[in-house]
Design a protein around this ligand. Structure first.
Ligand SMILES: C[S@@+](CC[C@H](N)C(=O)[O-])C[C@H]1O[C@@H](n2cnc3c(N)ncnc32)[C@H](O)[C@@H]1O
Length: 208
């Protein structure tokens, strides 16, 4: 029997298959919500878990952020470093799962969770661990697919257990004072894997 933790352990293999081509699976431009939120923040230290091929890390580094990123995909790491070189920026990118990453508590001015979908049994603890890496006053930025994204079929995991509800997601961050916490429909055009009308949850807030 395949368990949820098996799926997580295989995340690197799964995503390597998607990232091995030359084309960037989610494009080379940053996620819209992440870009918009970052515009209002003064650059500092930023953590990007599940950063894939590096589009958000490169964007932030170009704006003066000191970025730490990680992801289990070797091809993700390889393409992130290619993209960084192309734009003349650098950041620390570790090839590992969230559970293996040495998180520094209270170290970051911002945390960007962009389409890092985890099984429902693991989500809450994992996100709380990530939020513990924020300084008091640090910003949480997140965009994730909502439950009804499944019917739209324009991107995101095909597994309902990895899609979220606004209510549960907000509860995962008890120490964050949200200025935006909403579920909405928007057109997404990110590479070949996120294309079309989509149902997402967008969060922005500061850690208290
Ligand atoms: C939909 S992609 C998004 C990539 C990137 N955040 C972006 O917006 O372009 C999800 C990423 O999460 C990573 N991932 C999945 N499970 C993970 C885990 N347990 N720990 C760290 N990263 C994980 C995958 O390798 C993949 O690159």
């Amino acid at each position: 029997m395949t368990t949820e933790s098996d799926h997580e352990l295989n995340a690197g293999v799964f995503w390597d298959q998607r990232y091995r081509d030359e084309a960037y699976a989610f494009g080379t431009q940053p996620n819209d919500w992440f870009r918009e939120c970052l515009e209002d923040l003064r650059p500092g230290r930023l953590l990007l878990p599940g950063e894939g091929e590096g589009r958000n890390a490169v964007h932030a580094a170009r704006r003066g952020w000191r970025v730490d990123a990680f992801d289990p995909s070797v091809h993700g790491q390889r393409k992130a470093s290619l993209l960084a070189r192309e734009h003349g920026v650098g950041f620390d990118y570790r090839c590992c799962l969230l559970d293996e990453y040495n998180l520094e508590p209270g170290a970051y001015d911002a945390l960007g969770i962009v389409f890092l979908h985890l099984p429902s049994t693991r989500r809450s603890l994992a996100y709380q661990r990530l939020a513990s890496a924020l300084k008091p006053g640090g910003a949480l930025i997140a965009e994730l697919y909502a439950k009804d994204q499944l019917a739209l079929g324009t991107g995101g995991p095909p597994d309902p257990g990895k899609l979220y509800s606004l209510e549960f997601l907000k509860a995962d961050f008890p120490d964050v004072d949200f200025s935006t916490a909403r579920q909405c429909r928007r057109d997404i055009h990110e590479g070949r894997l996120h294309q079309g009308p989509s149902s997402v949850i967008q969060l922005f807030g500061y850690k208290t």
